[in-house]
Design a protein around this ligand. Structure first.
Ligand code: S3P
Length: 428
């Protein structure tokens, strides 16, 4: 599996804040991460790709130091990437610079109020487009004011934005996280030398504190494979009769591994082998065998640990035996697309039985019978600039009589440029 997108963003950002040269291997070279790299260059860091013997590449980042980001001379083009936008807004918020953030049609619809609120409390001035969207201009505060912020939505992006702003803020910045979300920022901030503490209360609430104005030491980072990319191949192998697939290098951070748990609860055969640690994160290879899945009621409490995996879980549910009920998924409506509405429409177009509710989908599975598909002659499904819709519906196509046509595969390059080549290699 190619490198984890979330970890790749953070590796570039934090390396750009260390004084001296960091080296990153396994970096995801998707468009979203390249948008982060371009932004850090625009703010003074040197970020270069170096090919290594035997294939692959190492990324060399020469950082400017915390507090020393430069005024970007052009607008920061975030493309399709919400993670780049929200995390970089956090970084800029406590530097004496002003940055304009722009993005594509999908990103320009996504809500930024969730980061504007805490960053404004820290002293940043933010002028957003109507509906609190991009394009927006952010003037950082220096010195920024340390805050204690309780997350109103379960969002690793918002948590990370506040922690990153806290890096150049005097004193202690605190984030209270009632529902745990992916913790890559916490792990990597510590790795670079930040004074960061996490206290877990009896009810599971996490209190994360970071002391500002630290000095970062450059690091050598190996990025583990992305479980959110592996999700498409795990699901495909479970659904396509006769499959047995070994997927190497899958990150298994517990804050990301919800899909594997849910698919096992549905009867999926997924075996972990060769467990190890890569870049401070648990990793294993997975052996996945075709299994007849059963529909289940998915506990909404598991949602944050598989928030990007619901589109492909809906495909699994469409082929399972019986009914799958999901709930508590309002956040899916503000991802790269409205993933409840778009997946309901796409799966129905492919012949699945789906009911869309306000906070989830209810899907009556085919019991393993292939879906009808959209072709020949049917309209392609609309992916709305959402990479995960395109890849999920490709998996649905594997499990259909006539195939599934999607209207636009280009967004796949934001997170998983080799997806089509890997899939061709397995099915061709
Ligand atoms: C991410 C956090 C999640 C996830 C996104 C990546 C991150 O977003 O959906 O793909 O890297 O922090 P939210 O924080 O909006 O849940």
């Amino acid at each position: 599996m190619p490198g984890d997108k979330s970890i790749s963003h953070r590796a570039i950002m934090l390396s750009a804040l260390a004084v001296g040269e960091s080296r990153i291997s396994g970096l995801l070279e998707g468009e979203d991460v390249l948008a982060t790299a371009a932004a850090m260059r625009a703010m003074g860091a040197s970020v270069e790709r170096r090919a290594v013997d035997g294939g692959g590449a190492e990324w060399i980042v020469d950082g400017v130091g915390i507090g020393a980001l430069l005024q970007p001379r052009v607008a920061l083009d975030m493309g399709n990437s919400g993670t780049s936008t929200r995390l970089l807004m956090g970084l800029v918020a406590s530097h004496p610079i002003t940055a304009t953030f722009i993005g594509d049609a999908s990103l320009s619809k996504r809500p930024m109020r969730r980061v504007i609120d805490p960053l404004a409390q820290m002293g940043a001035e933010i002028g957003a487009s109507p509906g609190d969207t991009l394009p927006l201009m952010l003037r950082g505060a220096c010195p920024a004011v340390p805050i204690t912020y309780r997350l109103p939505v379960a969002s690793a992006q918002v948590k990370s934005a506040v922690l990153l702003a806290g890096l150049n803020t005097p004193g202690i910045t605190t984030v209270i996280e009632p529902v745990p979300t992916r913790d890559h920022s916490e792990r990597m901030l510590r790795g670079f030398g930040a004074e960061l503490a996490v206290e877990v209360e009896a009810d599971g609430t996490r209190i994360i504190t970071i002391r500002g104005e630290a000095g970062f030491r450059p690091q050598v980072i190996e990025v583990p494979g992305d479980p959110s990319s592996a999700a498409f191949f795990i699901t495909a192998a479970l659904l396509v009769p006769g499959s047995e697939l070994t997927i190497e290098n899958v990150g298994l951070n517990p804050t990301r591994a919800g899909l594997i748990q849910v698919l096992r609860d549905m009867g999926g055969s997924i075996v972990e082998t060769n467990p190890r640690e890569v870049g401070g994160e648990p990793v294993a290879d997975l052996v996945v065998r075709h299994s007849q899945l059963r529909g289940i009621e998915v506990d909404p409490a598991i949602a944050p640990s598989m928030i990007d995996e619901f589109p492909v879980l809906f495909v699994a549910a469409a082929l399972a035996e019986g009914r799958t009920v999901t709930s508590g998924l309002e956040e899916l409506r503000v991802k790269e697309s409205d993933r409840l509405e778009v997946m309901a429409a796409a799966l129905e177009a492919a012949g699945a039985r789906v009911e869309e509710r306000e906070d989830g989908l209810v899907i009556d599975g085919s019991g393993g019978e292939p879906l009808a598909g959209t072709g020949p002659g049917g309209a392609p499904v609309a992916t709305h600039l959402d990479h995960r819709i395109a890849m999920s519906m490709a998996v649905a196509g594997l499990c259909s009589r006539s195939g599934v046509e999607v209207d636009d595969t280009r967004p796949i390059a934001t997170s998983f440029p080799v997806f089509e080549a890997l899939l061709d290699g397995l099915t061709g």
